[in-house]
Design a protein around this ligand. Structure first.
Ligand code: CO
Length: 360
């Protein structure tokens, strides 16, 4: 196993629903600190690292979010079952009959979302989707007191999927939870590693943001902190190369190269910067996939709307089955994303960035 695989595996396995990013923040700081000239956290917990270039300008902001979709404990029933409040965009049918970890003051507690056995179900109920509001976590407690006293569970405790990284019958196909957006975090770290050994034109910032899945909140504050002149958000793209999903819904294929978002519900990319990315990929002979996603928001939107407006693009690593216990990426796509973003940043000098923002 090489360094990148070890890093991606650790990032995927790490516990970190929105607002509870401690474990992942530790990894990010451990990895970025030796590669950066400064590193700090902002008022809501995003990590902001910077790397000095030959000049102070241009100021480039890279971003990726640390959090994953998860939940918190809403209440414990008198019988000792946990009711939840979801954090982020879960489908109701992704929540049922899955294992979860609840992080408590006593440590991690295993639980799973119980589903009534079909033997006792009315025929008309058998095909019904169980609403998130009806879902409960069985933690094997005797009653509420046992859940609170012995297991240490209390309202507000964070909950994340219990899923472990695995190779999916191919050394390049990585199965795991939270690729949205741990794959972006991994790519950002590797881009910083590449840049550390070369001199860049300006100052490069890396923002590992919190609370993206509940409304791009960390990107909002880190864009305020970083005086960015140009922005690149690193995200998981949406692969549509499995049964039951169409090219109308999403366009990327696993193993076919990095993606660039031409449209998502939160942002339109700066057109000149978009073309610079396309040209750079062509020069590197990297196939860049175009993504047009009508139901998707990302941190780039906050960078773009910050200050007086920042030209921004979102570069993606195509991912199957986001926002689930299990999702899949291809290692080649990851490597090519790192190569592409490194090269894009290398080419960003003051003149180029000035050109990108010229509208008249
Ligand atoms: Co995401």
């Amino acid at each position: 196993m090489d360094r990148e695989q070890r890093l991606l595996q650790e990032l995927s396995n790490a516990f970190g629903p929105s607002g509870f990013e401690e474990s992942i923040r530790e990894i990010v700081i451990r990895e970025l600190a030796p590669l950066s000239d400064s590193i700090q956290t902002d008022g809501i917990g995003s990590v902001i690292a910077s790397l000095n270039g030959t000049n102070s300008n241009p100021i480039v902001m890279l971003a990726a979010h640390m959090d994953e979709v998860g939940a918190i404990v809403k209440l414990i029933t008198p019988e000792g079952f946990v009711k939840i409040q979801t954090l982020g965009g879960w489908l109701d049918n992704a929540l049922i009959n899955q294992r979860f970890i609840i992080k408590t003051r006593n440590g991690n507690v295993l639980g799973f979302t119980g589903l009534k056995t079909p033997h006792v179900m009315k025929v008309e109920d058998r095909n019904k989707i169980i609403a998130a509001s009806d879902i409960f976590i069985d933690i094997g407690a005797k009653d509420k007191e046992d859940a609170e006293e012995r297991l240490g569970i209390k309202p507000g405790d964070p909950i994340a999927p219990d899923s472990k990284f695995a190779l999916l019958n191919d050394e390049k196909i990585y199965l795991g939870k939270a690729w949205d957006d741990r794959v972006g975090i991994g790519a950002m770290i590797e881009v910083f590693r590449n840049l550390k050994n070369r001199s860049t034109h300006g100052t490069i910032y890396a923002a590992a943001t919190v609370q993206e899945e509940v409304g791009l909140r960390g990107a909002h504050t880190s864009s305020y902190t970083i005086p960015a002149q140009i922005g690149i958000n690193l995200e998981s793209g949406i692969a549509s190369d499995y049964p039951g999903i169409s090219q109308e819904e999403a366009q990327a294929k696993l193993g076919n190269g990095p993606g660039i978002l031409l449209y998502d519900s939160s942002m339109l990319p700066n057109l000149k910067f978009r073309d610079l990315c396309i040209d750079t990929a062509k020069k590197l002979k990297i196939n860049l996939q175009f993504e047009v996603l009508s139901g998707y928001g990302e941190d780039g939107a906050e960078i773009q709307k910050s200050r007086s407006g920042v030209p921004t693009v979102a570069i993606t690593v195509p991912t199957r089955y986001l926002h689930n216990h299990n999702s899949v990426i291809n290692r080649d796509d990851f490597d090519q994303t790192v190569t592409l973003v490194t090269e894009i940043i290398k080419n960003l000098d003051t003149d180029t960035v000035e050109q990108l923002t010229k509208f008249s």
